[in-house]
Design a protein around this ligand. Structure first.
Ligand code: GDP
Ligand code: PGA
Ligand code: MN
Ligand code: MN
Length: 610
C-alpha cells in the first residue's frame, strides 16, 4: 500500500496509544490508517465500558435502537440492500486459479489488491477506525488462533465482542511476535467534513476477498454479519479450511452437540447443514424423548482434530451465536428464547414492537397488531411482507446458553462419535440414513444438496449441491477438499472414526406439508443414531444406506401421522434417476480433481439402485 492522502499517520488521534508492542501488528495498523485516513483510531479492549460507549454512540447515530423489554439489548436495521452474505462478491484469491476450484469466485491476488487498495484509499474518512484483536477457540489452547480485525464499523466492533474472544483477553496472547490473521474491513462510506452519517453505512460496490497463502482477509462495502464479522466464515472456515488442510485437520460448518442417554451414556455429535437448515435449533435441542439430555457446544462452526487417542475431537472457535430469528419461539427453540431474554443481545433486521421489544415471524403464534418492520415501516398483520427479514438474526454470548455443556471451553475439544450431513430436500432424501463406512460417508457429504435459503443473496428454493454444507466456505479446490477428508479417514483407525449419517428434516408431502415434525422430535433420530453406534438399534438396508423402519425409531408420544413418518423414511428408487443426473453434473463440474473413490461410490450407488 502506498501513502498519498492526508491526514498523515502522526496526526491521527489514538493511533499511537497502542496497548501492544507487537511489531507486525503495529506496522499493519499504521499502514491501514495511512491508507484509509480515519478521523481517529480506537484500540478495542472488550470492556463493559467500551460496550456502553459504542452502543450509546450507535443509538445516537440511529444504527441501534435500545430495547426497553430486554436488558442491555439492541435492534439494528441494515440498509435493505445489505441483508445477507454476498456470494457473487466473495472471492478466493489464491495465487493460482485452479486452487480456487469451481466453487469459488477467483481473482488474481495482485489484481484484487490493486482494486481494493484504491477502494480503501480514504474509505474511513470522517470515521473511527477500530482495531479489534480476537481469538478463535479457547484462549488456553497451546497455540491460540489469533486475528485482528480493523474495521470502521462500531456495529462490527460490538458484534465481534459477542462472537469472539475479543479485546484485552486476546491481545494478551499476542506477545511481540505471535502469528495472527489480518482481517481488514471497511463499510466503504467515507464522510466529507460536516456530512451527516446514515444509520447503516455501506457501499454498492462490495468485495469479500480471501488471500489463502497470506492468511489475510479484505472485506469492503458491506456491514452485514456474514460479510463483516470476519472471525466467522472468513477466518474460521475459508482461511481455516486452508490451514486445516496444511496441518491435517478439518474446519467445518458444523454444530457440536452432547447427548446423554437415559442410561447415562455420553455421545458427542457434529452436524453440517447449510445456512438456515437447522443447525442452531439442533444445537439447542430439548429432547421430547423422556430421560434424554442434550447440551450445546457450538451452533455453526467446528474445528476437528485427531487427539492422541486416535479419536476425532471438536472445538467451537466461536464465542457467541448469530442465529436465524424467524421460526425461533418457545414452541420450537425454548433454549434460544431463554438465552435471548437474559439480554446483552444485538438483533439485526427483526421487527420492533410498540413497547420496545423484538418480534419476528414464528416468535408467537399471533403477530402484534402493530409493529415497526425491519425497514422501519408501519406494519399490521395484513401487511403483504413479513415484518422481520427471513435471514434476520439474534446475536448473543455463548455463556448465556442455558444448555451450554460444561466442557465448552476445553481446548482439547470433545470426541465426536457421529457426523451428520443434512439439507433441505422436499423429496429423495430420507429422514435419516447411515453410511456404510467413512468413504461412503464422505460421498454422502460430497453430494449433499439443499434448497437455497435467504441466508445468502440470490434465488431461494433452488436445489443445489452444497458439499459438507461448505460450498461457500471451502478455501481451496473442492476436489482437493474431498481428498483431504478421504485421506484423514484412511489414516485413522476405522473403529475410532465417527460414523457418518445423512439427515433431512424437510421432506414434504404432496400438499407441501412437512412429513416430519422436526425440532425437538429430532431427538428421536439422534437416539436411533446413538443406538446404531452402540449396536442396539435396527435398520433396513437400502440402496442409500441403513435406514430405520418406523418401528426402529422411538415414537412414543409423537404427534404425527404414521403414514407421514413412513413416507419421511421411504427410499423411492423411482425418484433417483433425476437425482443421479444432478450428482453426475456436479461431479463433472469438479473435474479431474474429484477423487477416484467418489467415482467408485457413485458407481456403487447406481448399481444398488438397479
Ligand atoms: P441454521 O442457520 O442452520 O443454524 O438454522 P436454524 O436452526 O437457525 O434454522 C433455520 C430455519 O429452519 C428456522 O426458521 C427454523 O425454524 C427452521 N428449522 C430448524 N429446524 C427445523 C426442523 O427440524 N424442521 C423444520 N420444519 N424446520 C426447522
Ligand atoms: P447459519 O450461520 O445461517 O449457518 O446459522 C450464519 C451464516 O451462515 O451466515
Ligand atoms: Mn453458518
Ligand atoms: Mn445458525
Amino acid at each position: 500500500m502506498r501513502t498519498t492522502g492526508v491526514p498523515t499517520l502522526s496526526t491521527i488521534p489514538g493511533l499511537d496509544s497502542a496497548p501492544t508492542t507487537h511489531r507486525t501488528l503495529l506496522a499493519w495498523v499504521h499502514e491501514v490508517a495511512d491508507l484509509t485516513a480515519p478521523q481517529r483510531v480506537v484500540w478495542c479492549d472488550g470492556s463493559d465500558d467500551e460496550w456502553r460507549r459504542l452502543t450509546t454512540d450507535l443509538v445516537n447515530v440511529g444504527t441501534l435502537v435500545r430495547l426497553r423489554q430486554q436488558p442491555n439489548s439492541f435492534a439494528a436495521a441494515s440498509d435493505p440492500s445489505d441483508v445477507a452474505r454476498v456470494e457473487d462478491c466473495t472471492y478466493l484469491c489464491s495465487k493460482d486459479e485452479p486452487d480456487a476450484g469451481p466453487t469459488n469466485n477467483w481473482m488474481d491476488p495482485v489484481d484484487m489488491k490493486i482494486i481494493m487498495t484504491e477502494l480503501y484509499r480514504g474509505s474511513m474518512r470522517g470515521r473511527t477506525m477500530y482495531v479489534v484483536p480476537f481469538c478463535m477457540g479457547p484462549l488456553t489452547a497451546a497455540h491460540p488462533k489469533l486475528g485482528v480485525e480493523i474495521t470502521d464499523s462500531a456495529y462490527v466492533a460490538v458484534s465481534m465482542r459477542l462472537m469472539t474472544r475479543m479485546g484485552a483477553m486476546a491481545l494478551e496472547k499476542f506477545g511481540d511476535d505471535a502469528e495472527f490473521v489480518k482481517a481488514l474491513h471497511s463499510v466503504g462510506a467515507p464522510l466529507k467534513p460536516g456530512q451527516a452519517d446514515v444509520p447503516w453505512p455501506c457501499s454498492d460496490v462490495k468485495y469479500i476477498s480471501h488471500f489463502p497463502e497470506e492468511r489475510a482477509i479484505w472485506s469492503y462495502g458491506s456491514g452485514y454479519g456474514g460479510n463483516s464479522l470476519l472471525g466467522k466464515k472468513s477466518y474460521s472456515l475459508r482461511i481455516g479450511s486452508v490451514v486445516a488442510r496444511d496441518e491435517g485437520w478439518l474446519a467445518e460448518h458444523m454444530l457440536i452437540l452432547k447427548l446423554t442417554s437415559p442410561a447415562g451414556a455420553v455421545h458427542y455429535a457434529a452436524a453440517a447443514f447449510p445456512s438456515a437448515c437447522g443447525k442452531t435449533n439442533l444445537a439447542m435441542l430439548q429432547p421430547t424423548l423422556p430421560g434424554w439430555k442434550a447440551e450445546t457446544l457450538g451452533d455453526d462452526i467446528a474445528w476437528l482434530r485427531f487427539g492422541p487417542d486416535g479419536r476425532l475431537y471438536a472445538v467451537n472457535p466461536e464465542f457467541g451465536f448469530f442465529g436465524v430469528a424467524p421460526g425461533t419461539g418457545y414452541r420450537t427453540n425454548p433454549v434460544a428464547m431463554r438465552m435471548i431474554e437474559q439480554g446483552n443481545a444485538i438483533f439485526t433486521n427483526v421487527a420492533v414492537t410498540d413497547t420496545g421489544d423484538v418480534w419476528w415471524e414464528g416468535l408467537t403464534e399471533q403477530a402484534p397488531q402493530h409493529l415497526t418492520d425491519w425497514q422501519g415501516r408501519d406494519w399490521h398483520p395484513d401487511f403483504a411482507e413479513p415484518a422481520a427479514h427471513p435471514s434476520s438474526r439474534f446475536c448473543t454470548p455463548i455463556q448465556q446458553c442455558p444448555t451450554l455443556a460444561p466442557e465448552w471451553d476445553d481446548p482439547a475439544g470433545v470426541p465426536i462419535s457421529a457426523i451428520l450431513f443434512g439439507g433441505r430436500r422436499a423429496t429423495t432424501m430420507p429422514l435419516v440414513v447411515e453410511s456404510r463406512d467413512w468413504q461412503h460417508g464422505v460421498f454422502l457429504g460430497a453430494t449433499l444438496s439443499s434448497e437455497t435459503t435467504g441466508a445468502t443473496d440470490g434465488e431461494v428454493g433452488v436445489v443445489r449441491r452444497d458439499p459438507m454444507a461448505m460450498r461457500l466456505f471451502i478455501g481451496y479446490h473442492v476436489g482437493d477438499y474431498f481428498a483431504h477428508w478421504l485421506a484423514l479417514g484412511a489414516g485413522a483407525d476405522p473403529a475410532k472414526l465417527p460414523r457418518i449419517f445423512g439427515v433431512n428434516w424437510f421432506r414434504r408431502g404432496a400438499d407441501g406439508r412437512f412429513l416430519w415434525p422436526g425440532f425437538r422430535d429430532n431427538s428421536r433420530v439422534l437416539a436411533w443414531i446413538t443406538g446404531r453406534i452402540d449396536g442396539t438399534a435396527d435398520a433396513v438396508d437400502t440402496p442409500l444406506g441403513a435406514v430405520p423402519a418406523a418401528g426402529d425409531l422411538d415414537l412414543t408420544g409423537l404427534d404425527a401421522d404414521p403414514g407421514d413418518v413412513a413416507e419421511a423414511l421411504a427410499v423411492h428408487p423411482g425418484e433417483w434417476p433425476a437425482e443421479l443426473d444432478l450428482i453426475r453434473d456436479w461431479f463433472t463440474t469438479i473435474g479431474d480433481k474429484l477423487p477416484r473413490e467418489l467415482h467408485d461410490e457413485f458407481d456403487a450407488l447406481v448399481r444398488r439402485l438397479g
